[in-house]
Design a protein around this ligand. Structure first.
Ligand SMILES: *[C@@H]1O[C@H](CO)[C@@H](O)[C@H](O)[C@H]1NC(C)=O
Ligand SMILES: *[C@@H]1O[C@H](CO)[C@@H](O)[C@H](O)[C@H]1NC(C)=O
Ligand SMILES: *[C@@H]1O[C@H](CO)[C@@H](O)[C@H](O)[C@H]1NC(C)=O
Ligand SMILES: *[C@@H]1O[C@H](CO)[C@@H](O)[C@H](O)[C@H]1NC(C)=O
Ligand SMILES: *[C@@H]1O[C@H](CO)[C@@H](O)[C@H](O)[C@H]1NC(C)=O
Length: 536
């Protein structure tokens, strides 16, 4: 046989081996929007029971110290790129519907890496990483299919977004299927996304691995006028929650938990659950108060969304796989949102890129060993603050929004009746049932596991440190997770070291472009009352 006839065979078999490898794990990444630290029951909440999410944590690995950026757009940009948001100019205030900005198109995104090694890639839900031009959209950036809202949030029933411009409110449909306005959709948006995700799983050709991201609207506020929206019968079930606002929020979280149950059940029905890695994470801390308040609670952590304090950035996170060897089911190493890209690629046997900020944590999580990460950086040059975590310490500088940096949400904990039995709720959940069917149920002694994620600290301290342009606050976040005690004058040399590290990061920043005045060409009235692309 001549060389020329052998070559195609070699190339072809090489292609089969590396690109169509059905043994690669499927990946299902579920992201919640503005979910608080204290809003899942595996973190100790007695108010909001999340048995499906909890079951994944108890049989997988719950993260004790998972950190994200403090705001939606920066977090999503970091998740998709493996880079700190300030390296792509995506830091600071989230994208508005009429803003012409996106993750630079020369930066490769998470789904592109998976697509390149043979995965089918699908996004169901929120994008919020650029939607003014077609080339910024999910289907131009590595996703085979897309259905969802392109901006920061959407009305749970109408699928509209309303922005208030100088001359009054403008409103339009914000839900799209690939490139087309999704006029055909009906129902509560969390159910809509669940059904679409289940359909992706049902229709999946199992000879290829699956990469599915489900980025829920829940439990973000539905808008700045409608705010909280949930089916009334679900709200009614939660009458034991004292605060009516919190009750509504809890119903939104319950629907999110139900969604996790349905998605895991669909994986089981398809027969692919045992070879699927599932991630459940929050994009940033809960938005207890302020614009788009959703009555989430990060209690006892200090601060909320848009703040560099722990409540804004230390968030819910877990990883589940039937093949994990971490029998502790809890990992307290630092894990950052930028770490998902290299960690998931590594889990799939793909060499992660090196030009990123994320580090591969797969082995550390799997074997319950030390985190590969010592430093985490948050820069919001739009609001005007920055923070750096270095070992056990976090330093905050600049001017975080003070009203977002206090102890909030403690007063939302009231009960006026008894919640259902936690243990029964777990045993009745769809995820527990699915785990049972593949012989992966967990020890019913999970309450001791739950104790590991509960943070005990003093959320009533009054004389707490706020930095300014000229002063910093330094906290030991391991010993003092509530950030009550400023140590900057105790450890001046550490402050100097950390400031120097932060200055280096500052110098690598692409400044956040302040939103220009609203681009009127984006007006939905010019696009059949949809928020469609308007440039090109
Ligand atoms: C979206 O695009 C993909 C890829 O072209 C296609 O397979 C899929 O059918 C499209 N979906 C819709 C609803 O048009
Ligand atoms: C867990 O350990 C077993 C036995 O050592 C090994 O075969 C398996 O690959 C490990 N799983 C992972 C995810 O590393
Ligand atoms: C959990 O922690 C609480 C309070 O520290 C303790 O009373 C309880 O016994 C612990 N439960 C388990 C199952 O370890
Ligand atoms: C702090 O710095 C920011 C950014 O340079 C500036 O906008 C702000 O006015 C300063 N604050 C004070 C109190 O000087
Ligand atoms: C324009 O919007 C209406 C709903 O208001 C929809 O039924 C129609 O299909 C849309 N037309 C186009 C061309 O998208």
């Amino acid at each position: 046989m001549g060389l020329l006839s052998v070559l195609p065979v070699l190339i072809f078999t090489g292609f089969i081996a590396s690109y169509c490898d059905a043994s690669k794990p499927n990946i299902v990444f579920i992201l919640a929007d503005d979910l608080g630290w204290n809003d899942v029951s595996f973190h100790g909440s007695d108010q909001i029971l999340t048995p499906n999410i909890d079951s994944l944590a108890y049989s997988g690995v719950a993260f004790g110290r998972y950190y994200s950026h403090a705001i939606c757009t920066p977090s999503r940009a970091a998740l998709l790129t493996g880079k700190y948001s300030y390296k792509t100019g995506m830091q600071g205030n989230p994208l508005g519907m009429s803003e012409d900005r996106s993750i630079p198109t020369n930066v490769r995104l998470l789904p592109q890496y998976f697509k390149d090694v043979g995965y089918s890639t699908h996004l169901v839900g929120k994008w919020h990483a650029g939607s003014s031009r077609r080339e910024y959209l999910p289907t131009s950036r590595g996703f085979d299919t897309y259905i969802g809202h392109r901006g920061g949030y959407i009305d749970y029933y109408e699928y509209t977004v309303t922005e208030v411009w100088e001359d009054g409110p403008v409103s339009g449909l914000a839900l799209f299927r690939n490139l087309t306005a999704a006029w055909d959709v009906e129902g509560y948006i969390t159910d809509v996304y669940t059904e679409e995700a289940v359909k992706v799983i049902d229709d999946h050709d199992s000879s290829n691995p699956l990469f599915l991201m489900v980025t829920h609207n829940a439990p973000h506020a539905g808008g700045d006028t409608v705010v909280l929206q949930a089916p009334p019968e679900v709200v009614r079930e939660l009458r034991y929650i004292e605060s009516p606002d919190r009750r509504m929020y809890a119903a939104m979280v319950k629907k999110l938990d139900d969604s996790v149950g349905d998605i895991v059940k669909a994986l089981q029905d398809k027969g692919i659950l045992e070879n699927t890695i599932i991630v459940f994470a929050a994009d940033n801390g809960g938005m207890t108060t302020g614009l788009f308040a959703n009555y989430a609670s990060n209690y006892p952590l200090r601060g909320i969304k848009m703040s560099p304090y722990e409540g804004g950035v230390r968030v819910v996170g877990l990883l589940w796989s039937a093949n994990l060897n971490n029998t502790n089911h809890y990992w307290d190493g630092y894990m950052h949102v930028t770490d998902w890209l290299p960690t998931l690629l590594s889990a799939a046997g793909v060499e992660p890129p090196t030009d990123i900020d994320g580090v591969d944590q797969w082995e550390s999580i799997n074997s319950n060993s030390a985190s590969q990460r010592k430093t985490m950086v948050e820069i919001d040059d739009y609001t005007g603050y920055a923070s750096i975590t270095y070992g056990d310490y976090k330093m905050i500088t600049g001017e975080p929004i003070q009203s977002h940096s206090e102890y909030l949400g403690g007063d939302l904990r009231g009960l006026i009746g008894s919640p259902p039995s936690y243990i029964d709720t777990i045993a009745d959940s769809k995820v527990f049932g699915a785990l049972h069917s593949i012989g992966r149920t967990f020890d019913m002694d999970f309450l001791s596991l739950r104790n590991k994620t509960i943070i005990n600290c003093d959320a009533s301290a009054t004389s707490i440190c706020y930095p300014s342009n000229d002063t910093v606050c330094l906290f030991n976040i391991i010993e003092d997770p509530c950030e009550t005690t400023d140590l900057s004058s105790t450890y001046p040399e550490l402050v100097t070291t950390m400031q120097a590290l932060l200055d280096i990061e500052m110098s690598k920043r692409i400044p956040r472009i302040a939103p220009a005045s609203i681009d009127r060409m984006s007006a939905p009235s010019l696009h059949n009352y949809t928020w469609d692309t308007w440039i090109n």
